[in-house]
Design a protein around this ligand. Sequence first.
Ligand code: PLP
Length: 391
Amino acid sequence: MNGVANLALERETRVGTIAFIDLKAQQKLIRERIEKRLLDVLDHGRYIAGPEIDELEKTLADKVGVQHCIACSSGTDALLIPMMGLKLQPTDAVFIPAFTYNATANAVLVAGGRPVFVDIDPSTLNMCPNDLDRRIDEAKQAGLTPRVVCPVDLFGAPADYMTIGTIAASHGLTLFADGAQSFGGKHQGSWVGAIASVTGCSFFPGKSLGAYGDGGATFTDDDEMAELCRSIRWHGTDNDRAISVRVGINGRMASLQAAVLLEKEAIFWDELKRRHEIAAIYASDLDGFATPQEIPPGIESGYGYYTIRTVQRDAIREAMTKIGVPTAIYYKTPLHKMPAFAHLAPEGGLPGCEAAAGQVLSLPMHPYLTDDQAHFVCDAFKAAKKEVCGG
Ligand SMILES: *Cc1c(COP(=O)(O)O)cnc(C)c1O
């Protein structure tokens, strides 16, 4: 018998506590090295613009294979800062998917631009290139000036930059990437950060490369854009950091966060391999039972999250909680249904985003899950589904 009630009884002895994201297990592994790094900062006292910032920027730029990494205060600012560099007008359209975290839209609006929501592909859950084409035409007809396309690499999987990049180029648009969830993802052999012309990544603690507080980084090969970002990050100042030559923000990363990130980066690539192993277990065990986010050929997810689509999502989730398997819903509400952005909703809505919002379920995903725990998560899903849907 592998019903919900039995699995709930067995879980503790079979696999112990399953965490959705396990930062404690990771810290245990590198605690001493992190302490040493933090003490270095306390000793040199350069809490802002310490040597850790340069070291982190150089390390990340080298690993990703890009000319410039500009460390900053959050993933949101990693998008906002380069967007401010584009001097967007309220009639300048920035195309973003509506099935994303609210930060994507907020970055555009705070930078002074106009978000235009694009529907998602129901399989990949990322921006649909066909719908983008249509929204660009609509925006032009509405008197807007298309400027930027900013796909989101949802759950860690890079969007279809091949097709989207072609569309962007044919309209003369700048290609951004919201890579806040996808550090470690790959697209046609390029790491996230080196795919679009500008990429914003987040180092929020729960992201796959996370600090112990807020942090982010902008990646670009464009020398001019990199200079702009460095200036805007420091109140729009010139090189002596005293005279503002443009409007900017305080968008700096703290040296303490860079210290943490340096030690986390050192183990990140091994962790990424483990994330792929967990994903492979989920894909094989759930085959025929759930529909995982599709990762097309040529694309590798960074597996920030492992997300499936299922009918009866809420009831299944409740049964899994009873068993002791934590899950999460990203995202219950697409942006065009939120009060802050509802005035930007397209006529007819965005059916792909709305359908996904009712079906997505993210399973525990972190590199410290054991194989047994990953198999147990799948057993729990199957038992929950059987109880809820019968059969
Ligand atoms: C987390 C996230 C952001 C914002 O990152 P912060 O570091 O929290 O500011 C932006 N976009 C997406 C898709 C995210 O998941």
